[in-house]
Ligand binder design. Structure first.
Ligand code: EPU
Length: 419
């Protein structure tokens, strides 16, 4: 297992290119199962989660290559049973369920297991597919779904914690080949859902309302192979925005989609950041001391839960009291105890972190618990006095392409060591 050794106190300065979005690429790769024709997907980040998804596609019988950010998939001859060993490695593997059911009329997929960011049920995915006429049984840890032909219907996808991103993806993909019209109410509006819809539309799907709470899909008989560019990763961009500020640096981020970062940009401006946007580039720095803020995570276009941990790290060293409430995954706070080991003063009340900004953090050995928590610890290491060792960086490799190399290229002192 690799670890990162970070020497704090070096401002990030220079230019960073933002990679393609992991959370967009994963369902788009699953959607290639909907057609027997070849698909070409560009701007795919080289991450372990992406490689797991490619292994799942290969296991299902698809021919797959991945070179220089471009994936070629041909799912001409596929079967419907996934392997537990592959599926258990990544929760997003659930998004092959909809495409398999639509294309083959059946799918067997292991139920995803527990997750450190909290309980992550798939009840809404299953309820949605049942509404389209699928028969679903859960046996020996597997979901077994069958439907000779899915039938379009009205599907309500709102849950206790708002809409569901992968649930919306799954139902949208299943509905592309259903008989008749499906209407998804309380759909997720995330840019990644929209990107998937654009991909499906190129394939010949009839979809309207993507990016809104109500998506309408008219089923078609055949989807064709297409070529697509994945959108930029808004969470990687947001993480580097926080990196610029926490280190007292000045970064130019290129190849990003600033329009997907409204809530993050707004919160950082409130905290006192200077942010200039020109086309698909952003310059970000702090011109004076930052101010404490209040943030609530919500579904898009609200503030993303995937940026909550990084904001906790930043606000740990901003004077005053910041309040960060988590509404999407109420237990997603594993990073707080690690930040506290570095000297942060944070109280957790329910699902709200109350952060008393301290003068400085101190380097310490810390343990990454999930992807975004790991990113938060690396960010904290950039500003901490002394050396921070972040263990278990395989979490960060799931979702940040070459983060150590990218950070080094803008002045961070960070080294990957084999444990
Ligand atoms: N939920 C249910 N029932 C369901 C599905 C979800 O109750 O059937 C609940 C969840 O427990 C959670 C809320 O609804 O409280 C939202 O979960 P959602 O389904 O939207 O999450 P997801 O689709 O499984 C994606 C991202 C996550 C991101 C969330 C929220 C991918 C591959 N994953 O997960 O990304 O946090 O949306 O925006 O797109 C990450 O990249 O680090 C990551 C965890």
């Amino acid at each position: 297992m690799d670890k990162f050794v970070v020497h704090g106190g070096n401002p990030l300065r220079g230019s960073l290119r933002i990679s393609g979005s992991k959370n967009s690429a994963l369902p788009i790769l699953a959607a290639t199962l909907l057609t027997p024709e070849p698909c070409i997907i560009h701007n795919v980040p080289n991450l372990s989660d992406i490689r797991y998804m490619l292994q799942i596609l290969q296991h299902l019988g698809a021919e797959v290559t991945f070179e220089n950010g471009t994936v070629r998939v041909c799912a001409a001859n596929i079967h419907s049973e996934t392997s537990y060993d592959l599926v258990r490695k990544m929760r997003a593997s659930i998004c092959v369920l909809g495409p398999l059911l639509a294309r083959l009329g059946r799918a067997t997929i292991s139920l995803p297991g527990g997750c450190v960011i909290g309980d992550r049920p798939i009840d809404l995915h299953l309820k949605g597919l049942e509404t389209l006429g699928a028969q679903i049984e859960v046996e020996e840890g597997n979901v077994i779904a069958s439907a000779p032909r899915l039938i379009g219907s009205e599907v309500f996808l709102g849950g206790k914690f708002g809409s569901t991103v992968l649930g919306t993806d799954n139902i949208m993909m299943a509905a592309t080949r259903a008989k008749g019209v499906t209407i998804i109410e309380s759909a997720a509006c995330e840019p990644e859902v929209r990107d998937l819809a654009e991909f499906l539309i190129k394939m010949g799907a009839k979809i309207q309302g993507q990016g809104t709470r109500r998506i309408e899909i008219e089923g078609v008989d055949f989807l064709r192979g297409v070529e697509h560019h994945v959108i930029p990763d808004r969470i990687e961009a947001g993480t580097f925005m926080v990196g610029a500020l926490i280190s007292g640096g000045d970064l130019r981020l290129t190849h990003l989609a600033p329009e997907h970062l409204g809530a993050v940009t707004n919160a950082l401006k409130q905290a006192g950041a200077e942010i200039k946007i020109e086309g698909n580039e952003m310059q970000i720095r702090a011109t004076g001391p930052l101010k404490s803020i209040e943030v609530i995570t919500e579904t898009y276009p609200g503030f993303p839960t995937d940026m909550q941990a990084q904001f906790c790290a930043l606000m740990s060293v901003v004077p005053g009291i910041s309040v960060i409430a988590e509404k999407v995954f109420p237990n997603r706070f594993m990073h707080l105890s690690e930040l506290k080991r570095m000297g942060a003063k944070i109280d957790l009340e329910g699902s709200t972190a109350i952060i008393h900004g301290v003068d400085h953090l101190g380097g310490a050995p810390v343990m990454a618990s999930d992807l975004r928590a790991s990113a938060a610890l690396v960010l904290a290491g950039l500003v901490a006095k002394g050396v921070t060792t972040v263990n278990r960086v395989y979490h960060i490799d799931r979702g940040y392409e070459k983060i150590d190399e990218k950070l080094r290229s803008v002045g961070a002192v960070i080294e990957r060591q084999k444990e």
